[in-house]
Design a protein around this ligand. Structure first.
Ligand SMILES: [Zn+2]
Length: 208
């Protein structure tokens, strides 16, 4: 069992990111039993949900003449346009039904504002608006943040990088995550994570 300074951060294990979902991550469902087993070894677990209004700017459908996976420039920078996904209060936004972490203490919802996306669980894509998670983790005495979920190269990587920037020791649990890998995004993410000092670990190594 991990001690009280360790927090498992489970990113976006939601129906729309599962095979058959609106923004499917290949083999995304395979992580669910791995995450469940990991969570039993942590006293402290925080979950996130991507949670968008239907008018969200990250949806290609809200940009005339654009297709999913195009990139556009928004006031805060480049934004990949995604299929409509994780709309608030829809079945696609629900956590996977087999996710079994009854002791999870907090669910952070992100991407709630129509004009700004948020891959990160800590700071929205404008890079200024905080979700409050770093302050919460500090107040509960967290020292180490163990990140897993969907997708490795977007929401998990951005969350891990921001956790590191907030001063925590951070690891990304590779086999408890799956990637989208759009135009080399997975390699790019691992380079950034490595440069930032985020450890790359496997689930079997976490609880030994
Ligand atoms: Zn989203």
């Amino acid at each position: 069992m991990k001690d009280a300074g360790d927090v498992l951060l489970v990113i976006d294990v939601q129906n729309d990111f599962m095979p058959g979902g609106a923004l499917a991550v290949a083999h995304g469902d395979e992580i669910v039993p791995v995450v469940n087993q990991l969570a039993r070894g942590f006293r402290q677990v925080v979950l996130t949900q991507d949670w968008h209004p239907a008018a969200h700017r990250s949806f290609a459908a809200n940009h005339a003449g654009r297709e999913p996976f195009d990139t556009v420039t928004l006031p805060y920078g480049n934004q990949v346009l995604w299929p409509v996904h994780c709309v608030q209060d829809t079945p696609g936004a629900e956590l996977h039904r087999d996710l079994d972490i009854p002791h999870a203490q907090l669910v952070i919802r992100k991407g709630l504002r129509a004009e700004v996306d948020s891959y990160s669980a800590f700071v929205e894509a404008d890079r200024t608006t905080s979700t409050g998670l770093a302050g919460y983790l500090r107040e509960i005495g967290a020292k180490r943040v163990w990140c897993c979920g969907l997708a490795t190269d977007y929401c998990v990587a951005w969350s891990a990088l921001d956790a590191r920037a907030a001063g925590f020791d951070v690891a990304l649990i590779e086999d408890a995550s799956r990637a989208i890998d759009l135009n080399g995004s997975l390699d790019a993410a691992w380079r950034q994570l490595d440069a930032a000092g985020v450890a790359r670990v496997q689930a079997a190594d976490v609880l030994r």
